[in-house]
Design a protein around this ligand. Structure first.
Ligand SMILES: NC(=O)c1ccc[n+]([C@@H]2O[C@H](COP(=O)([O-])OP(=O)(O)OC[C@H]3O[C@@H](n4cnc5c(N)ncnc54)[C@H](O)[C@@H]3O)[C@@H](O)[C@H]2O)c1
Length: 380
């Protein structure tokens, strides 16, 4: 056997054994499937709230095609989605602002040699879905980099609370600064055109202008495709796809009218490029693929106005919510991290640099790009 084919064989064996490991309890047997109850994966002691319903998938076991067709019984045994698993996403956690000790040394670049083009000073940024999770932390990164910020969310109360916390943190970390950012909170349902228009007008009244947009409002949920309620598919596409479109086009109108350059960062997901396993989530994956191509298309259309549009595609990120789920379910954590070359999930703070880069003049010649922040997940 040549060295090359020996290496290939070893790799194939390793892959097969990894897949068997990933499906250690769920690999279909060659006999007819039993009616297995879906496994529920959810954090203990967390109750859903009206602002963030528990989201889960459930599915009934199906007869594998191979039995109907009388094939070998081995086909499909390495199928990588597992419809017996339920992942529950709980309600909002308490504040998720990360410590700024390592981030803030005075406004912008105080004391730290950095290219000035990375600064967002003098710019006004908008982040949708900014009351919590990734949007909240990216918003904080924008403020640390010198921007004023408008936080947009369905949950205005939480957005208002977090706006005050970001401002307090900024003042604490920059006691002698005479350039205090303006941080405001606004209600919008990003999937509703009139709500989006009203929100943009409110932001322009408060800040005078908008220079940058980050669309982080979005959600995921898991249902097997054949039992996914269609009203929920519409809702998911409404927030993830329509919401991105509506905010982007309204902000673009404002920039074009003003004759100003601007930068937009759509929060996609690695799910727009690969299919996550084991949880089934076809509409979410399709939505994030749409967001990615929407960014490329708008980047081309708006390049003549000086409006750049890029995507950040995060991999598995450890927000306060996912941390709790995984602490309670070490098996799922092991499954996910075993697929990430860096061997760990990302932190929300890992998005601060990418979002600042894409909003700033440091990325003036970058448009239509998809910046994957996934620990290498999509390379394999
Ligand atoms: N967390 C991850 O691992 C991960 C990975 C890849 C991509 N993403 C994407 O990042 C984005 C943020 O995810 P997250 O984990 O921070 O989620 P999250 O649920 O913690 O935060 C989402 C925020 O969006 C708001 N929101 C939801 N629907 C809205 C609507 N119709 N109008 C206005 N606001 C609305 C929610 O109130 C919430 O504050 C999403 O687009 C998600 O798909 C997340």
């Amino acid at each position: 056997m040549s060295l090359q084919s020996g290496v290939r064989r070893t790799l194939r064996q390793a892959l097969v054994s990894t897949r068997q490991h990933l499906h250690h309890q769920t690999t279909p047997k060659q006999t007819a499937p039993k009616q297995t109850a879906p496994k529920q994966i959810s954090p203990k002691q967390t109750s859903p709230t009206s602002s963030s319903p528990v989201r889960f998938f459930s599915s009934s076991p199906r007869t594998p095609l191979r039995d109907k067709e009388g094939t070998s019984g081995k086909e499909g045994q390495y199928a990588r989605t597992d419809h017996t698993i339920q992942v529950s996403y709980p309600g909002p956690a308490s504040t998720q602002l990360p410590p700024t000790d390592n981030l803030v040394k005075g406004i912008g670049h105080g004391g730290v040699p950095t290219l000035p083009t990375f600064s967002l000073q003098g710019k006004v940024g908008v982040v949708t879905g900014g009351a919590r999770g990734l949007g909240l932390v990216m918003g904080q990164g924008m403020v640390v980099s010198g921007a004023s910020l408008a936080i947009v969310d369905l949950n205005k109360e939480e957005a208002t609370k977090q706006a005050s916390l970001i401002l307090e943190t900024f003042k604490r970390d920059n006691p002698s600064s005479d350039q205090i950012p303006t941080i405001t909170a606004h209600y919008a349902d990003v999937s509703d055109p009139s709500s989006v228009q009203a929100c943009i007008q409110e932001i322009i009244s408060a800040h005078g202008k908008i220079d940058g947009l980050v669309t982080s409002a979005g959600f995921t949920e898991n249902f097997e495709a054949v039992s996914y309620p269609f009203d929920r598919v519409r809702k998911l596409w409404g927030v993830n796809v329509d919401g991105t479109w509506l905010f982007a086009t309204e902000v673009a109108k404002h920039l074009i009218e003003r004759g100003a350059k601007g930068s937009m960062v759509f929060i996609g997901s690695m799910s727009g490029a690969i299919v996550n396993v084991p949880q089934p989530q076809a509409p979410y994956n399709a939505a994030k693929a749409a967001v990615r191509h929407m960014a490329s298309s708008l980047a081309v259309e708006w390049a003549k106005y000086g409006v750049r549009v890029n995507v950040i595609s995060p991999g598995y990120m450890l927000t306060a919510l996912t941390q709790k789920i995984l602490d309670d379910n070490p098996d799922l954590k092991e499954k996910w991290t075993s697929l990430i070359p860096q061997g760990k999930m990302g932190k929300p703070e890992d998005l601060m640099g990418p979002v600042t880069f894409l909003l700033s003049d440091a990325s003036s010649y970058v448009t239509g790009a998809d910046l994957r922040v996934d620990g290498g997940y999509t390379c394999t």
